[in-house]
Write a protein that binds this ligand. Structure first.
Ligand SMILES: Cc1cc2nc3c(=O)[nH]c(=O)nc-3n(C[C@H](O)[C@H](O)[C@H](O)COP(=O)(O)OP(=O)(O)OC[C@H]3O[C@@H](n4cnc5c(N)ncnc54)[C@H](O)[C@@H]3O)c2cc1C
Length: 449
C-alpha cells in the first residue's frame, strides 16, 4: 500500500491527511516534533489568558486518528534522502515514504541581535514558546516588565497576553506607525492610539540593538539602537515576523528560496515530494498575493488541494480573492480584496476612508481611480460578510454598487448600531455623488454563498 508521509501536524498537514483519507485507502503517517496531537495555533494566546485549556485547542478527539487510520509519529526530521525515499530522524531512526508532503510551518525571525538566545527571550509560535512564557512571565512579580520586539499581528497578541496578567509592556516597533507596511495611514494611526489607551508603552521608529544578560545568563534589559536607552525587563518577546521552517532541508536536493519552492500543484522540484502551508513558496506569485502566505486558511486550502493531486485528481492551488482577519486588542479587523498601505500602493488605487467620530470604528474602501472598480475593503470594529465581498470582487462591481448594497454585507450582531448611512453620506459629499443606500435584503444575502 502506498505510504504517504507528512512532516508537520499543523493545519496544512492535518488537512492533507484528512482529505487523503476521505479520498483513498492509502497508508498515512503524520510526523511532528512539537506535539503529539494537532492543536489550533491561533488559539495559543487564550491558554495563557486563562480562557482555554490546551486540550480545548485540539479540534479532534485523541481517538480520531486511530479510527481514521492516520498514524502519528513524534520526532524531528533532520534529513530527507530522496533517492532512497527515506527520512532520517534526530535520534537516528529512519522512515520510508512513497510520497512526502512537507508541511513544517514557520519559525519566528531572529536577526542576529546580541543576546537573542538568552534565557527569558522567546518567540511566540510553538507550544514550547508558551511554556517558556509561562515560566518567565507567570505574573508581574516574576516579570516586572516585558519588551516585545516587532509590531505585527503576533506582537500585538503577545502584548494583550502579558497585559491580561498585569505585566507592563514596552513595544518596540521599527516602523513609524503600527503595521503601516500593510495598513493605510488612518487605520494605522487608530491602532497606535488604541495600543496606547491600553497603557502599552509603544515606541515607534525604533530598533533593538542588544539584549543584556544578568550574572545568571538571563535577560535583564534591552538597549534601543536609536537612543541608547536601556529598558530593564525580565522577558523579551521576538515577534518580528516569521519565516519558513526549512533549515533542515538545506542539505537536500529540494529547491529552496525563502521557503520550499512549489508550482501551482504544490509539487517541489523532486518527484513525489510536495510542500504546503506556511513553508511553501510559490514559484510565481498568484495575482497580488505573496509567494509565501503564513495564514491559517491558505494552509487548509493547500492541504485540500494536495490531497486531490496525490489521490489521482491533479489540481492547482487556487486561493481566490485575498481575505484575512485579526484582532488588535479590542478592535476586530477584516480585509477583503486588496487595500494597500502607503508602501507599494499601485498608482491607480484610490481610497475612501470613513472613521467614526468617537469610537474605534473605521473602513477603507479601495477602488480603481478611473474605472471605479471595487478593489477591496478594510473594516475595523464592523463585521462584514465574507461572501458578499467575494461575490462583488468576482463580479467586478463598482465602488458605487458596493456602497449602495453595503447594508447587505453587514454582519454585526442584531441591535448593533449601523453606520452604513453615515458612510454613504460621507462618500456622496466627498465625491459629489447621490448614492442611495438600499435596505438590507435577505433575498440578496442568500444569493451570496
Ligand atoms: C500566535 C499566533 C497567532 C496566529 N493567529 C492567526 C490568525 O488569527 N489567523 C491566521 O490566519 N493565522 C494566524 N496565525 C498563523 C497560522 O497559525 C499559521 O499560518 C498556520 O498555523 C501554519 O500552519 P502550517 O500547517 O503550515 O504549519 P504549523 O502550524 O507551523 O505546523 C508545522 C509543524 O511542523 C513541525 N515541524 C517543523 N519542522 C519539523 C521537522 N523537521 N520534523 C518534524 N516536525 C517538524 C512544527 O514543529 C509544527 O508542529 C497565527 C500564528 C501564531 C503563531
Amino acid at each position: 500500500m502506498e505510504h504517504i508521509v507528512i512532516i508537520g501536524n499543523g493545519i496544512s498537514g492535518v488537512t492533507a491527511a484528512r482529505h487523503i483519507r476521505k479520498l483513498s485507502d492509502k497508508r498515512i503517517t503524520i510526523i511532528s516534533a512539537e506535539t503529539e496531537y494537532f492543536f489550533s495555533r491561533t488559539a495559543l494566546m487564550y491558554i495563557y489568558m486563562g480562557h482555554m485549556k490546551f486540550e480545548h485547542t485540539q479540534p479532534y478527539e485523541n481517538w480520531f486518528w486511530e479510527k481514521n487510520r492516520i498514524e502519528l509519529k513524534k520526532g524531528f526530521v533532520t534529513h530527507i534522502n530522496d533517492a532512497s525515499k527515506e527520512l532520517v530522524f534526530a535520534n537516528g531512526e529512519t522512515m520510508q515514504y512513497d510520497k512526502l508532503i512537507i508541511a513544517t510551518g514557520s519559525k519566528p525571525n531572529k536577526f542576529g541581535w546580541p543576546g537573542q538566545d538568552l534565557e527569558g527571550v522567546m518567540g511566540m509560535y510553538h507550544k514550547q514558546d508558551l511554556e517558556t512564557l509561562e515560566k518567565f512571565a507567570p505574573n508581574n512579580k516574576v516579570c516586572k516588565r516585558a519588551v516585545i520586539v516587532g509590531g505585527g499581528l503576533i506582537g500585538i497578541e503577545l502584548a494583550e497576553m502579558l497585559q491580561s496578567r498585569d505585566i507592563p509592556v514596552t513595544f518596540l516597533v521599527r516602523e513609524s506607525s503600527f503595521w503601516n507596511g500593510v495598513l493605510p495611514a488612518g487605520e494605522s494611526a487608530m491602532i497606535n492610539e488604541h495600543i496606547r489607551e491600553h497603557h502599552i508603552d509603544l515606541r515607534l521608529g525604533v530598533n533593538l540593538q542588544e539584549i543584556k544578560a544578568d550574572e545568571h545568563g538571563k535577560v535583564k534589559s534591552i538597549i534601543i539602537k536609536e537612543t541608547g536607552e536601556e529598558i530593564a525587563c525580565d522577558v523579551v518577546g521576538l515577534t518580528a515576523g516569521v519565516s519558513p521552517n526549512v533549515d533542515f532541508l538545506k542539505e537536500s536536493n529540494i529547491e529552496l528560496g525563502r521557503g520550499v519552492k512549489v508550482n501551482r500543484k504544490l509539487e517541489t522540484n523532486v518527484k513525489d515530494i510536495y510542500a504546503i502551508g506556511d513553508c511553501a513558496e510559490q514559484q510565481e506569485a498568484i495575482g497580488n498575493r505573496r509567494p509565501i502566505e503564513a495564514v491559517w486558511y491558505t494552509g487548509r486550502m493547500m492541504g485540500e488541494t494536495v490531497a486531490q493531486t496525490i489521490c489521482g485528481n491533479p489540481k492547482e492551488y487556487n486561493p481566490g480573492h485575498w481575505f484575512n482577519s485579526a484582532k488588535f486588542l479590542d478592535i476586530e479587523y477584516q480585509t477583503y480584496g486588496w487595500v494597500f498601505g502607503e508602501r507599494g500602493r499601485p498608482e491607480y488605487e484610490q481610497h475612501f476612508h470613513w472613521k467614526h467620530p468617537k469610537e474605534h470604528l473605521c473602513i477603507t474602501i479601495a477602488f480603481h481611480k478611473e474605472t471605479h472598480e471595487f478593489l477591496g475593503i478594510n473594516t475595523f470594529g464592523i463585521r462584514m460578510r465574507h461572501h458578499a465581498f467575494d461575490k462583488w470582487l468576482t463580479e467586478k462591481r463598482s465602488v458605487e454598487y458596493v456602497l449602495e448594497h453595503l447594508a447587505d454585507a453587514n454582519f454585526d450582531p442584531e441591535f448593533y448600531k449601523l453606520h452604513e448611512k453615515d458612510i454613504v453620506a460621507q462618500f456622496n459629499q466627498e465625491h459629489h455623488t447621490n448614492i442611495q443606500l438600499k435596505k438590507r435584503s435577505w433575498k440578496r444575502i442568500f444569493q451570496f454563498s
